[in-house]
Design a protein around this ligand. Structure first.
Ligand code: SF4
Length: 232
């Protein structure tokens, strides 16, 4: 029998409703107080944990509170504050350059559109989507490694969606705009804490009965005689 590879719309509704019930207040775990702090924190968070970023940003923002102040700091000045995050040299250079561009092209303010945001050094589509969703409350779906993995495991996207851009496009079509940015947090947090890359916590996962990956894995185990016939 052919295995299903994508959830139906009603299954998707059930999954979103589960997330809504289990994580009603899902939000970014990065600490920030304005769009400038957020964009800097998101640049720092690439391939680094939010926890680590939150350890360095309070002192960085106390020293350089906005784009004007940060644009006057040298890369070495910034590096002193961010040396414990991953790729500190390139991130410090990006923060310096993006602050200068914010001052020269945007009056020191973080712009509100994808086109403008992605002109900033170090700001790709994912970072821009985080800023749009989190700082400005716009419907946006940043696809990071967690969102990508969980979307595939749950079958929210077909196996052919093999790039973050394709996953973003499909999720944006399938998930109502009014909850799109919230759904980003749900998928990200589910991936960070439950549906982890290695050893996902399937037994304790409230979505295992609607999860295509779990059903597939379980049916293989049943065939091998390793477990009972029905997922609990
Ligand atoms: S059942 Fe397992 S694979 Fe499926 S969403 Fe839950 S943790 Fe992830």
């Amino acid at each position: 029998m052919l295995q299903k590879s994508q959830t139906s719309n009603s299954e998707l509704e059930d999954i979103l409703s589960y997330f809504d019930g289990s994580m009603p207040d899902a939000a970014s775990e990065l600490k920030f107080t304005n769009p400038f702090e957020l964009i800097v924190a998101v640049v720092l968070s690439a391939q680094c944990t939010d926890k680590r970023v939150n350890m360095v940003t309070p002192a960085l923002f106390a020293a350089y509170s906005d784009a004007f102040a940060m644009s006057k700091a040298s890369v070495e000045d910034i590096l002193r504050y961010v040396s414990s995050v991953s790729y500190p040299n390139s991130k410090a250079a990006h923060i310096s350059a993006l602050s200068k561009k914010l001052v020269s092209d945007f009056g020191g303010e973080v712009p509100h559109t994808m086109e403008e945001l992605t002109t900033l050094p170090g700001v790709g589509r994912k970072t821009a989507n985080v800023v749009l969703a989190v700082a400005f409350g716009k419907p946006a779906m940043p696809v990071d490694t967690h969102v990508f993995r969980v979307s595939h495991r749950l079958g929210l996207v077909p196996p052919a969606a093999n790039t973050p851009a394709k996953v973003e496009e499909i999720l944006t079509k399938r998930i109502p705009a009014e909850i799109l940015s919230k759904a980003h947090h749900w998928l990200l947090l589910h991936g960070r804490y439950t549906c982890t890359a290695r050893n996902p916590k399937c037994e304790g996962c409230g979505l295992k009965n609607s999860c295509i990956n779990f059903t597939r894995t379980h049916s293989v185990l049943v065939k091998l005689g390793c477990t009972s016939t029905k997922p609990k």
